[in-house]
Design a protein around this ligand. Structure first.
Ligand code: OGA
Ligand code: MN
Length: 207
């Protein structure tokens, strides 16, 4: 299952993270896994997705001015979630061996954006913590076309635009969580993705 995540690809990812802090990859997940994830999203009742919240602890609010997607956390007791999590565990080990990042675990959720929804510009690393180190976003939109909206916009620390990434099926984006503000432009079509975060140990009390 994880054969595509070979040493050569891991070297490429590690080099890109060292040089520029992010990488956009196409079709690096096994095809069977991508389509199983797509099937899962297509067959999940919308009630199984919750409105996304922002902040943590008592500060948690549903803030539709900032994000209006619905999410469901991956569950390692189910497929294809377990295979996706295993793929990410291999990525974590591979990067730890190369970059000594000390990545300890990974959490991720499916996100579903209905037409008209978005996620305004934000940083994934929670303020005042080194909780989230590395972000992954995997897209599940086989019919995405120019003009459908929902692009992932990646910005420099000074807010200069770095990349406008179409949320096309099979694209995987990996970036340093503390470094890159990003946003999801309003989508005109249903849009599905899986966002995830590698974390370092000792950060649980911050959640
Ligand atoms: C996030 C996020 C992007 C996407 O959930 O933090 O930036 O394309 N998601 O789903
Ligand atoms: Mn984000």
């Amino acid at each position: 299952m994880v054969s595509l995540l070979n040493d050569e690809l891991l070297d490429r990812i590690a080099d890109a993270l060292t040089d520029k802090g992010y990488i956009v990859l196409e079709d690096v997940l096994p095809e069977t896994l991508s389509s199983a994830l797509l099937d899962k999203v297509n067959h999940s009742p919308v009630e199984s997705f919750r409105w996304a919240e922002i902040g943590r602890g008592n500060e948690r609010v549903r803030e539709q001015e900032i994000r209006s997607d619905r999410i469901r956390w991956l569950n390692e007791a189910q497929q294809p979630d377990a295979d996706y999590l295993e793929y990410m565990a291999c990525l974590r080990h591979g990067l730890n061996r190369r970059l000594f990042m000390g990545l300890f675990d990974y959490e991720s959720h499916y996100a579903f954006y209905r037409p008209g929804t978005f996620y305004r510009k934000h940083l994934d690393a929670l303020r005042g913590s080194r909780n989230r180190i590395l972000t992954t976003v995997f897209f599940l939109n086989p019919d995405w076309q120019q003009g459908d909206g929902g692009e992932l916009m990646l910005y420099e620390e000074d807010d200069a635009l770095l990349e406008q990434i179409p949320p096309r099926m099979g694209t995987l984006v990996i970036f340093l969580s503390e470094r890159f503000p990003h946003e999801v432009l309003p989508t005109h079509k249903d849009r599905a993705s899986i966002a995830g975060w590698f974390r370092v140990a000792g950060s649980y009390e911050l959640l």
